[in-house]
Ligand binder design. Sequence first.
Ligand SMILES: [Zn+2]
Ligand SMILES: [Zn+2]
Length: 500
Amino acid sequence: MIKLNVWGGAGEHGRSAYLLSGDRTHILMDCGVKKEGAGAYPLIQPELVSTLDAVLLSHAHEDHSVAIPLLYKMGYQGEVWTTRETREQLNTYFRAWRSNLERAGYELPYEETDVESIRYRYLEDQAKPGIWFEMIPGLHVLWGRSGHLAGSVWFVLEMEGKRIFYSGDYTSESMLLQEDCAAEALRLASLFRGKEKSSRINNLRLSQGMAVGDGIPFAGEPRVELAIANENSGISEVSLTPSLIKSSLNQPMDLAIVDAAYGTDRDTQADKLEQLDRAIRQTIARGGKVLLPMPSVGRGQEIILWAHEQFPGVPMIAEQGLLDGMKQLLRAPYWLREQGTHLKGPLRGAIERFLKGQSWYLPKSQEDRERLLNQYGASLWFIPDGMMQSSLARWYYSQLAESGENLILLTGHAAVGTFAQKLAQNPAEHGVCEVQKIRYKVHQGWLDVERMLQRLPARHTLLVHADKAETDRLREGLLKNSPSPEAELHSLSPGDELYV
Ligand SMILES: [Zn+2]
Ligand SMILES: [Zn+2]
């Protein structure tokens, strides 16, 4: 029996931390913070910290990562398993969290030496995505890209006879980032289990458009192409028959912890882009400016590239922080799709063209900003800081706030107490410009969760990353649509436990 302790992240947005305890093995998945006031940290049980065998980190965002130093302060001496890309981004998130707190007059609950004590191990040094490896004795792990952020991953764990899936933050609808379907990866991995040492498996892919074992009957000539590189013989391609594939269908998970951050929102990314397009066009048509505050890395780069194609004649201004994020994407090509979705042509080319382009402006000084604001009427302004806490974001707001033609367009989560959240709640209190919130998807909504449940059936599924009331509503809705008596759906709160 495995026990799950929710130290944070279920029934709330933030401080993701899930402890899995078996008879012999204790694993923590993520350890983040909830951005409220001094920060809400996971409900770590101090007496258990020294029993942890490993910490797995899904990605660099602070709601998954910045409480890790606290574990070291409490005596953890083990390793943190993540990707190299996540490691590269972590310094920025640790630093940002520290300066956020300092600015607000709060203190960090750990020291810089605790940050320096973190011992990282890299997943890709052990195994490629979709290949099982033994992380520590008795714990087998399979990982893949989760499409949420460069470096972000999902995990499948096998410990003490149980199988556990953790989606991390997950989306299959990023315009830029590739995700690996966990169900497909598992099926293919099972065909090769135990053979990893004799063949170096270079590339596993399902032939286009085929869904294996998703309840969709095999049509035509389905084929799985496997490119296997033997040390001596080079690459050979083999095709597998449907019956062989069927025989590799997955055993159900014992537990799945699934990103359900958007709760009952049923929109697809295409729906969201349509809504964004409409809001921007309306503002442009009346001669207004659109302010788009974005986190430095993530959806900002996606929306910039999309808007650049979508509104070719409209002046675009992008601040340095967001351009740095764009350059960073080029340094991490492994995490990118080859072909962007909702974007034209190969993705790397599109990013390179944008960075070389002359069709947008980069303000280099405060004077530049003021000049550009005066020069352009209808225009798009991409600025860093999605929560609008920085002085730069507040300054931009003050410049646009006094005209009803302008639009502040919020596209992501705004934590309680932040300026973006206050603005969304009561725009008229701060200015006369229009404020709209249209979410750009970097997590899963109702339909995505439904699809994940079908593809990765689990005896217990825990829906996470949204507040409790919304998670309850989603759970009700899912149960109504597809009641499955043998599978249990859970909506839990921090401090809760679950035995699987
Ligand atoms: Zn995230
Ligand atoms: Zn998150």
